[in-house]
Write a protein that binds this ligand. Structure first.
Ligand SMILES: Nc1ncnc2c1ncn2[C@@H]1O[C@H](COP(=O)(O)OP(=O)(O)O)[C@@H](O)[C@H]1O
Ligand SMILES: [Mg+2]
Length: 300
């Protein structure tokens, strides 16, 4: 049976969630009969991987170093096939302004936006509020801020010189769609449990959100989300699995759909969005991780 090293933890802000993802994946792979080594990824990961010499690396990392192409480059170098996307797709997806350029060039809908530093933003006040300001390369809504007016801008929120993305706020529904292999799985709508504003803070508070699966959308909107998510996966050259985040403003019909980003390392805790969509399509958590292992490869 294959020896799988499950890479988890790591050095990013999303370390804790990755440990939960990694433990769940490792347990499922053991149940499926694989020989499993759990690797809490540190700066010595190259030495650890050379010593373990696994047949496959299961990448359960999130955020910097694990999701941005760097660990993928190391695995290519070591010739260890790995799950999820390769160097290029990972690096591009992680840098939102670059991903937006490719999406737009492929005719996919993105929110109106500008890239700038905190200082430029304070000086030029790009776009009419409400706007969303976010770091170009963080995940899990880290540093994402809604500004109802430019007077509400607190430059202290972000470090000086930090590259930021300012986007027009898209009101309405929060949607997400995973693509497994070459197939979009389903569309989930994420709604705050409190029945309050459709804002992203509620999304990550414990018990703060409900998942509606399948999302209760008009058929043509649902279908269009599947299409956009698959196209985005392909434009970036993603592998194995990805998950697209979108917003939909129903007052604008099909025109109201906006692609926010593609996640190349979607959450893999048993209650995460991707495992939930897989289950909805009849794919158990164990089958999902096994499929990912069987799709593992590295670039020559
Ligand atoms: N232009 C936007 N309009 C409305 N909400 C947004 C916009 N950009 C981001 N958000 C909210 O912030 C959340 C996080 O933004 P996203 O671009 O997905 O980055 P990440 O998940 O990597 O932090 C989204 O899920 C959404 O709720
Ligand atoms: Mg997101």
């Amino acid at each position: 049976m294959k020896h799988v090293a499950v890479l988890m933890g790591g050095l990013s802000a999303e370390r804790e969630i990755s440990l939960v993802s990694g433990r769940a994946c490792a347990a499922a792979l053991e149940e499926a009969g694989y020989r499993v080594s759990r690797v809490d990824v540190g700066r010595d990961v190259d030495v650890v991987l050379r010593r373990l010499a696994p047949d496959v690396a299961f990448n359960a990392l999130h955020g910097r170093l694990g999701e941005d192409g760097r660990i993928q480059g190391l695995l290519d170098l070591l010739r260890i096939p790995y799950t999820h996307s390769g160097v290029r797709a990972s690096a591009i997806a992680m840098h939102k302004p670059t991903a937006r350029l490719l999406f737009a060039a492929a005719g996919l809908p993105v929110a109106e936006g500008r890239t700038c530093s905190v200082e430029e933003m304070t000086r030029t006040r790009p776009l009419e509020p409400p706007v969303v300001v976010k770091p170009v390369d963080e995940g899990s809504s880290v540093g994402v801020t809604l500004l109802e007016s430019w007077d509400a801008l607190d430059p202290q929120t972000w470090p000086e010189g930090r590259e930021l993305l300012v986007e027009r706020f898209v009101p309405g529904h929060e949607l997400t769609c995973a693509v497994l292999g070459d197939e979009p799985l389903a569309v989930t709508e994420i709604v705050p449990a409190s029945g309050g504003l459709y804002d992203w803070r509620a999304k990550y508070e414990p018990g703060g959100s409900r998942h509606l699966l399948p999302a209760p959308l008009p058929k043509r909107i649902y279908e269009r989300v599947l299409e956009i998510s698959l196209a985005a996966h392909r434009v970036l050259g993603c592998r194995g699995v990805s998950r697209a985040d979108l917003r939909w403003d129903p007052s604008r019909g099909e025109e109201g759909l906006v692609l926010l980003e593609v996640n190349t390392q979607p959450g893999m805790t048993p209650t995460s969005l991707l495992p939930e969509q897989a289950a909805f399509r009849g794919i158990s958590f164990r089958d999902l991780v096994v499929r990912l292992v069987e799709m593992a490869r590295c670039d020559p």
